[in-house]
Design a protein around this ligand. Structure first.
Ligand code: OXD
Ligand code: MN
Length: 599
């Protein structure tokens, strides 16, 4: 399929290590993928769903101890430990290769090695990059087909270049003790072993499009970010694009596919989806920041998705979708907690056991996923595959904070925006193994995904800002504040449009703001709460006093955070950009002075 010597050499080298019975090159042609699907159905790796109700849809169950990203077992293997920085696990490349060579040795005996050439980004776009993933999993091949542009076109785009990511994955024995996700940024290589969970094994996604790409982006002068991309169309037909970074399972997919509340729809507002998880961003010749979604599908969290929280995701998953770890109903359709339909009787839970909804046990795993093609999403932007990308007017940073962080605020400028992103806290979710609800600082939602020293990464952000003559404005949002009874104060979901509207109007200089200690805040009357729908708790009415709570800057609580912010910044040592240290000093000074009014 290719004459690229480096590609052939890589495949041969890995073949002699893993010793598969057979090597199959994935061309991307339908017949080949259909044939693989038949094989996966025969072994039980996939289960066919009801093709009348869910055409082209299949079901998969992972091993029960292999359901999320393993951050503790994810390593950046660069020569110099200091270059991985304080937020990454590090292993020396020699040790990592030695250990992994041992684990991979003969791991594909009796199996087939699939060679998947793939492009991250539209074929032919100047943003796009090629990878080759070797795997012994048909589930991986079929998911990569949904999530990336696979096969011959990717190889043709590569030509005889050596600029491709070398990805090696094997399920091996799915042994959690030997599960490792190893990144070699200096070799453009990823080795992933003993897992079958998407985030660990669809190497185009987190491993390449974020960890390796962020390293490449630093060297080549662009950005690879954990961001959704959406377009807000106003009644005049003007579209403003927003790129938004939120940690895993904090609603990026829902925000990317949002349908505006009725009062806005009636006026002619629309939201267009460009991407729901990853953005590659470059400085354009016009001095603006341009964004491309390098993926081709959505690997979304199923629980909580329904026709109220995300009708577009529901529609996207009606065909050609792979469901993982959800509930399998008797009629061979699927269900999860938070689904529109009532909990089904006589169904199997995500572990394949018969499940009684009254047992109190969850039927779907909280990190159960759907892999759905982006082109099936009703809100997909007509230009989502435009090779030149879309121009970004606003960057939004978000976290999941029960307290303190207000609904929305805006940075003074780019540098202050990078500072805000740096100190943003969020609580952990089920997308990663480990305790949920633990607050951690997660700069740009990149904590688990930055492939190099986070201090250098923040410096790179500052440098990019200097190249932009017309930079996006930077905002922070928090949809997750809770009241004294533990209920969410803000209704979220489509009602988040009310905040997006303020953001877009700020970008167009159409609305004023007041200066608080943390940044520019909206005046209450500028967030329209007319007919706001509190559907997650229909007994509750959202009113202006709730909005006041969400827009109050509690300086005293921000002040209490001073030591922890300082400690976090200290971890970057001398790689912390001086500008950000100065921002911290200025921020603390403002907090000590305690100036703030809500007027
Ligand atoms: C994801 C994640 O799958 O962030 O997108 O875990
Ligand atoms: Mn993600």
């Amino acid at each position: 399929m290719t004459e690229n010597k480096m590609v052939l050499e890589f495949v041969n080298k890995m073949k002699s290590l893993a010793c598969p019975d057979e090597v199959v090159w994935i061309t991307g042609e339908k017949e080949q993928l259909d044939e693989l699907r038949v094989q996966a159905l025969a072994t039980g790796e996939l289960i066919e769903l009801n093709q009348d109700k869910l055409p082209g849809c299949y079901y998969h169950r992972s091993a029960i101890d292999d359901v999320a990203r393993v951050e503790e077992r994810t390593f950046i293997c660069c020569k110099n430990e200091a270059d991985a920085g304080p937020t990454n696990n590090w292993m020396s490349p020699n040790k990592a290769y030695e250990m992994a060579t041992d684990i991979f040795s003969n791991c594909m005996n009796g199996r087939t090695m699939y060679v998947i050439p793939f492009s991250m980004g539209p074929i032919g776009s100047p943003f796009s990059k090629v990878g080759i993933e070797l795997t012994d999993s048909i589930y991986v091949v079929l998911n990569m087909d949904i999530m990336t542009r696979i096969g011959k076109p990717a190889l043709d785009m590569l030509g005889d270049s050596n600029d491709f990511v070398r990805g090696m994955h094997s399920k091996c024995e799915l042994d959690p003790e030997k599960r490792y996700i190893l990144h070699f940024p200096e070799d453009n290589a990823i080795w992933s072993m003993n897992s079958g969970y998407g985030g660990n094994v669809l190497l185009g996604k987190k491993c390449f499009a974020l960890r390796l790409a962020s390293y490449q982006a630093k060297n080549e002068g662009w950005l690879a970010e954990h961001m959704l991309i959406l377009g807000v169309e106003n009644p005049k037909g003007e579209i403003s694009y927003i790129a938004a970074a939120f940690p895993s399972a904090c609603g990026k997919t829902n925000l990317a596919m949002l349908i505006p509340p009725e009062i806005y729809r009636k006026k002619g507002y629309k939201v267009w989806t460009v991407g729901d998880d990853i953005a590659w961003l470059r400085v354009g010749e016009d001095g603006r920041l341009w964004a491309v979604n390098p993926e081709k599908g959505f690997f979304g969290v199923a629980p909580g998705t329904n026709s109220k929280s995300n009708p577009n995701a529901m529609a996207s998953t009606k065909r050609d979708t792979i469901f993982t770890n959800v509930v399998l109903k008797k009629d061979m359709t699927v269900w999860w907690e938070g689904h529109d339909d009532p909990p089904p009787k006589g169904a199997l839970n995500w572990k394949g056991e018969s499940w009684n909804p009254e047992s109190g046990e969850k039927g779907a795993h909280p990190n159960a996923r759907f892999t759905a093609p982006a082109k099936g999403c009703p809100s997909i932007a007509s230009n989502w595959e435009d090779p030149k990308g879309v121009p970004v007017s606003a960057i939004v940073i978000g976290g999941r904070r029960a307290k303190m962080a207000p609904l929305v605020y805006q940075s003074w400028d780019w540098q202050h925006g990078v500072f805000i992103a740096m100190i943003t806290h969020s609580e952990t979710t089920s997308a990663q193994v480990g305790a949920t609800g633990v607050a951690r600082r997660d700069p740009f939602a990149m904590l688990p995904f930055c492939g190099y020293h986070m201090g250098d990464y923040l410096r790179h952000w500052l440098d990019i800002g200097k190249k932009l003559t017309d930079p996006p404005k930077i905002f922070n949002v928090n949809w997750f504040r809770i009241d004294g009874d533990g209920n969410y104060i803000w209704p979220g979901f489509s009602e988040n449009f009310r905040v997006l509207d303020w953001i877009v109007r700020r970008c167009k200089d159409e609305v004023d703001a007041w200066e608080s200690v943390i940044g520019y805040m909206p005046h209450y009357e500028d967030i329209d709460i007319t007919d706001i729908d509190y559907y997650i708790n229909p007994g509750k009415r959202f009113n202006v006093s709730d909005l006041r709570v969400l827009l109050t800057v509690e300086s005293a609580i921000w002040r209490e955070g001073i030591p922890s912010r300082q400690d976090f910044l200290m971890t970057f040592g001398n790689r912390l950009p001086k500008e950000l240290k100065d921002e911290l000093t200025a921020f603390e000074h403002r907090l000590r002075l305690g100036y703030q009014t809500n007027l």
